[in-house]
Design a protein around this ligand. Structure first.
Ligand code: PMV
Length: 321
């Protein structure tokens, strides 16, 4: 086969990946844990074509000369033992064009489509390891529901987290976008390296990750959304605290971000299950359950979100053609 199409979903980390052990191999300094989201989907087609002189990338209908894509396809070519160039067509089926992170779903879909198009079938762990080399968070998007990254000294991949109480099926993520602000100033790749190199709080951040992973996994095992949510909000704030303390500072939040965080606390004070997490941008994602999700979404709109999406947990990366 020389053409394949794959679908993968984005994921939101509940215990963040923030810091590398080895930048060249894109090895994370610690583990992480996420929920894959059905509402944020990337569909990618890869066609290996001996007539092509160079790789080509079309992203959402427009040519996008992509160095990161060629570097990634070189990894796939090395696995498959080929030098043939590829045409890649990728579409982010995201609810809005707000700059919600797409590298996780993007590299997960690319890893699966490109290996299949090259005639190689990898198991989930090997696929996850490959996706990680495109983007650390992409390792997790190979899996449905909750996924954890296992970070060894010399390797890292993701795997599904056992969810015996079906917590992922009950959970919802309300994605509250903060628009109209400055474009994203610091890509996560450079920002986490800058944080590791300059933030006096980076070491403290890394120290809390193993403990937070254990708490999150215990909460999932018990089906305890409140324990998972509390942990996720605390972990995100610790990551942002380390980033903010970088010199110069990395501040992803805008005024509206703080308004949304306050609204999440107010919901909780009123007995609504809602816990916030934030990534390398101003948006706020709120972990909640199916019954409370519409109320949380409304509260986010009223608190100034420019767009709000309710997502269920998403499925694994899949070949669809
Ligand atoms: O996968 P990357 O290199 O885009 O880094 C992701 C970083 C965060 O989104 C902030 C945290 C995470 O674990 O997804």
């Amino acid at each position: 086969m020389s053409t394949a199409t794959a679908r993968a979903h984005a994921n939101i980390a509940l215990v963040k990946y923030w810091g590398k052990r080895d930048a060249a191999r894109n090895l994370p300094a610690a583990g992480s844990l996420s929920l894959t989201l059905g509402a944020l989907e990337t569909v990618t087609t890869v066609r290996f074509d001996p007539k092509l002189a160079a790789d080509e990338l079309v992203l959402n209908g427009a040519a996008a000369p992509g160095l990161r894509v060629t570097g990634f396809l070189d990894l796939v070519r090395a696995i498959a033992g080929t030098t043939t160039r590829a045409a890649v067509e990728t579409v982010n089926r995201f609810p809005t064009a707000s700059g919600l992170a797409s590298s996780a779903s993007g590299f997960a879909a690319l890893a699966l489509a490109a290996t299949r198009a090259a005639g190689v079938t990898l198991d989930a762990r090997a696929l996850s390891r490959l996706a990680r080399q495109g983007s650390g968070s992409a390792a997790r998007s190979i899996f449905a529901g909750f996924a954890r990254v296992v970070a060894g000294d010399d390797d890292a991949w993701a795997e599904a987290v056992d969810d015996p109480r079906g917590l992922a099926a009950r959970a919802r993520m309300v994605i509250a976008e903060v628009g109209g602000g400055a474009p994203k100033l610091h890509g996560s790749r450079d920002a986490m390296e800058h944080c590791a190199a300059t933030s006096p709080l980076y070491r403290g951040w890394l120290e809390c990750v193993p403990r937070d992973l254990a708490i999150a996994e215990d909460a999932i095992a018990r089906g305890d959304l409140a324990a998972l949510g509390e942990l996720a909000e605390a972990n995100a704030l610790a990551m942002h605290a380390a980033a903010i303390a970088s010199r110069p500072a990395i501040v992803y939040w805008q005024p509206a971000t703080l308004g949304l965080l306050a609204a999440v606390r107010a919901l909780r004070d009123g007995g609504v299950p809602a816990w916030a997490t934030m990534d390398a941008g101003p948006h706020v994602k709120v972990l909640t359950d199916a019954a409370a999700a519409p109320r949380v979404a409304l509260a986010m709109q009223e608190a100034g979100a420019s767009a709000v999406t309710i997502s269920e947990a998403g499925g694994p990366a899949e070949v669809i053609a």
